[in-house]
Design a protein around this ligand. Structure first.
Ligand code: HEM
Length: 166
């Protein structure tokens, strides 16, 4: 390995692993049925959780684009790696924002009777699709990280874990 990737900064790493923990917790605590939202305390908790997750991802988008810098994939990596990495990163953001926004829409529908049944159906559908897509994207993301660790040995995984490349 001639040029180990420059590590991501402390803030980028911090947000990355905090958001990973939030997502893990989100799936762990998941609801079995939207009718559980009839419980006002649970509804309130879900809204706060969605707002927090959304805020972390908006901040993260701002931070990596404007301050910390985006991918550490070496510039001379093959074009397909750049395309795959970008597609999966965009997909991860899209899935998380899809989950958060549709979740907030569902919560709004539970509180405001004016929201029609068709709108609720569409939002629950979007919520379910994005909730199913995210783990697939995460598997691709982790496979990519392992690809860089085992095959490329270019320090891309270590740029986010903070450990020295070996
Ligand atoms: C074991 C779990 C994970 C590993 C090993 C891992 C690894 C990495 C690595 C090595 C990078 C840097 C890639 C680069 O510089 O191009 C990265 C970036 C990124 N990761 Fe993960 N990750 C994990 C979990 C997650 C989770 C749960 C999410 C949540 C959606 C996530 C979302 C992202 C995003 C969006 C980026 C692009 C940079 C950014 O905007 O912060 N990762 N990850």
């Amino acid at each position: 390995m001639r040029h180990p990737a420059k590590p991501h900064g402390f803030v980028t790493k911090g947000i990355h692993w905090v958001s990973a923990a939030l997502i893990g917790y989100g799936y762990f605590k998941g609801l079995d049925n939207p009718s559980q939202l009839a419980d006002p305390a649970l509804l309130q908790f879900e809204v706060i959780f969605a707002l927090a997750l959304g805020a972390v991802f908006v901040f993260r988008l701002f931070w990596t684009h404007k301050v910390g810098g985006r991918t550490r994939l070496p510039t001379d990596a093959p074009k397909w790696e750049h395309m795959a990495s970008r597609a999966v990163h965009i997909g991860l953001y899209a899935a998380v924002f899809g989950i958060v926004l549709s979740g907030l829409g569902i919560a709004l529908g539970y509180s405001v009777p004016a929201v029609g049944a068709l709108t609720m159906w569409a939002m629950i559908g979007l919520h379910e699709i994005t909730l199913a897509l995210l783990p697939i994207l995460l598997l691709a993301h982790i496979a990519g990280a392992l690809w860089h660790k085992i095959i490329r040995r270019d320090g891309v995984l270590e740029s986010m874990t903070g450990r020295l490349p070996v």
